[in-house]
Design a protein around this ligand. Structure first.
Ligand code: MN
Length: 315
């Protein structure tokens, strides 16, 4: 997906390595991107920027549609990050400037590593179920890896844990000894958690990591608090496990990882360290350099918005 919310200024993002076990809930942002696609953005928020290396969290749907492409994100560039595309229902088609094509369905993962630069499009395929519900997350690449060559991977066999009354599928990194085996450059976890009616589950967590939950459907109970949808529930660090309950069926996403000790700058679809890097990436995209062409997409590519730099607060 493209970062299409109005945002003329770069955002500086850091995780919080000094955090404690806590539950701090922040309201997510919402935006109508046109064509019936409204996204809810749980990261970055003004009050909270990163969770481990996770720096962007958008989800959309559930939607039903007929006779049109509900998702149609024209070719656009990325640098310095991985895009993680995960669906709960429906399907989405990825094409990129390396020539890779990936059709993603529920339970499968499309993972694009941008490195120093790639362009891609994401759209509803011509043959579709008429339904769409899913998310896109970004993982910031650490400094030592962010200039690597780009790549794309599609994964079908991702591990499922069944702790008591729930079902947990790990799509990035590691959780409770189950490793997704997906391409990653920092210690992290991304997992979908599902609970049935009166469901209950317990998951061990790495106490050195920070974690957050985003409830997608239903309501989840944790530490005598009710966690509602459309919020980022930041859980802090020093937490060695998670005990979740649900009265009605519920679905949530768990993200976490080792606190990311580098400050990053996010602007449009770029994750960088300096304004000069962002300006160079924008200029290269506008001039048709660096990122290549998404030949499989029929239509115009997305132009970059104007880039304005103002002083950025360090916190
Ligand atoms: Mn994208």
């Amino acid at each position: 997906m493209s970062n299409l919310l109005p945002q003329a200024e770069p955002e500086r993002c850091e995780s919080r390595p000094d955090a404690k076990p806590e539950i701090v809930s922040y309201p997510a942002r919402s935006a109508d991107l046109g064509a019936g696609l409204t996204v809810t953005r749980a990261l970055p928020l003004r009050q909270h920027r990163m969770v481990g290396p996770w720096c962007f969290f958008d989800y959309y749907g559930p939607l039903t549609f007929e006779g049109r492409k509900v998702m149609d994100v024209a070719p656009h560039p990325h640098i310095g990050l991985q895009t993680v595309s995960w669906l709960f229902d429906g399907e989405a088609l990825h094409n990129d400037s390396l020539g890779f094509q990936g059709l993603v369905r529920p339970g499968e993962l499309n993972l694009m590593t941008a490195g120093r630069g790639i362009a891609h499009s994401e759209e509803t395929p011509a043959r579709n179920s008429g339904r769409l519900h899913g998310l896109q997350l970004w993982v910031a690449l650490p400094d030592a890896e962010r200039d690597r060559g780009p790549g794309f991977d599609h994964y079908k066999d991702l591990p499922v844990l069944e702790p008591g009354g729930g079902r947990v599928q790990v799509f990035m990194g590691e959780l409770d000894g189950a490793n997704a085996g997906t391409c990653a450059f920092s210690p992290l976890v991304g997992a979908e958690v599902r609970l049935g009616a009166n469901g209950h589950l317990r998951l061990p967590l790495d106490p050195e990591w920070e974690h957050a939950l985003v409830v997608i459907e239903g309501e989840v109970g944790l530490d005598d608090q009710r966690l509602a949808p459309a919020q980022l529930h930041y859980l802090g660090t020093r937490r060695d496990g998670l005990e979740l309950i649900a009265h009605q069926p519920a679905r949530a996403i768990l993200i976490g990882g080792a606190p990311f000790d580098e400050a990053i700058i996010i602007w449009w679809n770029f994750v960088a360290r300096t304004a000069d890097e962002i300006r160079a990436a924008r200029d290269d995209w506008q001039a048709g350099r660096r990122f290549g062409e998404v030949k499989a997409y029929k239509g115009e590519r997305l132009p970059a918005p104007p880039f304005q730099v103002r002083p950025i607060a360090s916190r």
